[in-house]
Design a protein around this ligand. Structure first.
Ligand code: THU
Length: 157
C-alpha cells in the first residue's frame, strides 16, 4: 500500500504577491526577532500570527541555560494566542530568523514540535492557516495549510 499526500510549497523571491495584512505580518515577524533571547545559539527567530480580524500576535525564541527549558518562537506566539482566548481565528503564521553563528537554511521550516502544536491549533479552531517561512537570504516559502509541512502529525482517534 502507498499513501500519497499532497504537499505543495510555493516560493517567491519578494513580498509582492502578499496582501497588505500579510505584508504587515511579515514586517512584525521580522521585528519579533529583536525580542529573541538566544545567547546560546545566537539564532534569533521571530514568529507572527495573523488573525481573521487583522490583529497580529508575535513571539520569539526564549532560551535557557538548562536547554530544554527554552521555547521556540512559534510556540511562544501560539501559546500567547491560546492563553488570551482570542475568538478570532488564525489565518496565517509567519516565521523568520537571523543568525550570527549559523548559515540560515534555504527553507526555514518550523521544528517538528512547533508543527505539531500548529496542527493541534488547526483542529482546535476548526480551520487551517497559511504558513509563510521566509528569510532575507532565501525569500518566501508558502504553504496553504499546516499539513504541507507536517503531513503525518500525531492525533488521538
Ligand atoms: N527555534 C525556533 O524558535 N523555532 C523553530 O521552529 C526551530 C528552532 C529556536 C530554538 C533555539 O532557540 C534556536 O532556534 C536554535 O535552535
Amino acid at each position: 500500500m502507498t499513501i500519497n499526500k499532497n504537499i505543495e510549497l510555493k516560493h517567491f523571491d519578494n513580498n509582492d504577491s502578499f496582501i497588505e495584512s500579510e505584508k504587515s505580518l511579515i514586517e512584525k515577524t521580522v521585528e519579533a526577532t529583536y525580542s529573541s533571547y538566544a545567547p546560546f545559539s545566537k539564532f534569533y527567530v521571530g514568529a507572527g500570527l495573523l488573525l481573521e480580524n487583522g490583529e497580529i500576535i508575535t513571539g520569539s525564541n526564549q532560551e535557557n541555560a538548562a536547554f530544554p527549558s527554552g521555547l521556540c518562537a512559534e510556540r511562544v506566539a501560539l501559546n500567547a494566542y491560546a492563553h488570551s482566548k482570542l475568538d478570532s481565528k488564525i489565518v496565517a503564521l509567519a516565521v523568520t530568523a537571523r543568525s550570527e553563528h549559523y548559515k540560515i537554511p534555504q527553507l526555514l521550516s518550523p521544528c517538528g514540535a512547533c508543527l505539531q502544536v500548529m496542527s493541534e491549533m488547526v483542529k482546535r479552531q476548526n480551520s487551517d492557516f497559511k504558513l509563510i517561512a521566509f528569510t532575507d537570504e532565501n525569500g518566501y516559502y508558502v504553504a496553504e495549510g499546516v499539513a504541507s509541512f507536517l503531513p503525518f502529525g500525531f492525533d488521538l482517534a
